[in-house]
Design a protein around this ligand. Structure first.
Ligand code: NAD
Length: 246
């Protein structure tokens, strides 16, 4: 297969996705940058990264999910790695059951659980083609520590990420040996999503063995470790600075 390996990173104009896109570009990938609305920032980032393309798509819409994969491959000619990073959250106290409406449940599931699965479904033939041409293919899903512990910004958010973790394991079995599928489960990460979460930041400073929240670069390092591995599949890499141990 000619040319650089290609990685599609969803939600890559801000936060963790931006850190992953920069890291993969630095590692020699052609990166497909994606965002829902910020096309200007997306084009600017693709220009900054050099060998990169930008595609806009609303991942709540199935037609947009399909178009994202197809436009990426049309522009780059191949797809070796898919990082399902885009996600939505929102704080709802767990005890306020009435506030977690069916509409909130559905919105979170569409973007956090259904979209990553649908992107893998669209990407599968391209990832398999890369693997069969000798370029190991990988999917990394960005889940959350809330997926594996009874924690998180809201119950629907935690449940949507738990669905993503289980989907990761099911797909790892289903798509092997061509495509490895893993997940990263971050604790608190300093990004626009958590800008105002001061109490949570204090918790990480005081209780986590690492004494701080993660940076997007910390999480990008986990993502590249899972991509670069040649044997790990179906794993969920907890990246919470050790908070779960205390
Ligand atoms: P962020 O808000 O900076 O990034 C989220 C990205 O997802 C944005 O680029 C946004 O445009 C994109 N997105 C959301 N809805 C979309 C849609 N319908 N269509 C297309 N794109 C959409 O937040 P972040 O903190 O960088 O989050 C990245 C991922 O990490 C998310 O999946 C989030 O759940 C997960 N995560 C974050 C933390 C944290 O503490 N920041 C912790 C655990 C997991």
């Amino acid at each position: 297969m000619a040319g650089k390996r290609v990685a599609l990173v969803t939600g890559s104009t801000s936060g963790i996705g931006l850190g992953i896109a920069r890291r993969l570009a630095n590692d020699g990938y052609c990166v497909a940058v994606h965002s829902r609305t910020s096309a200007e920032a997306g084009h600017a980032l693709a220009a900054e990264l050099g060998d990169a393309v930008y595609v806009q798509a609303d991942l709540a819409e199935d037609e947009d999910r399909r178009r994202l994969v197809h436009e990426t491959v049309a522009a780059t000619g191949r797809l070796d790695v898919l990082v399902n990073n885009a996600g939505i959250s929102g704080t709802i106290p767990h005890a306020d059951l009435q506030a977690a409406t069916p509409e909130i449940w559905r919105d979170l599931y569409e973007v956090n659980a259904i979209a990553p699965f649908r992107l893998v479904a669209e990407a599968e033939p391209h990832l398999r083609a890369a693997a069969r041409a000798g370029s190991p293919a990988a999917v990394v899903n960005v889940a959350s520590h809330a997926a594996v512990r009874p924690k998180g910004a809201s119950i629907p958010y935690a449940a949507s990420k738990a669905a993503l973790v289980h989907t990761t394991k099911l797909l790892a079995v289903t798509l092997a040996p061509d495509i490895r599928v893993n997940a990263v489960a971050p604790g608190l990460v300093d990004t626009p999503l958590t800008e105002t979460w001061e109490d949570t930041r204090a918790l990480w400073r005081e209780r986590s063995p690492m004494r701080r929240a993660a940076t997007p670069e910390d999480i990008a390092q986990c993502v590249t470790a899972l991509i670069d591995s040649t044997y790990i599949s179906g794993e969920v890499m907890m990246a919470d600075g050790g908070l779960n141990l205390t």
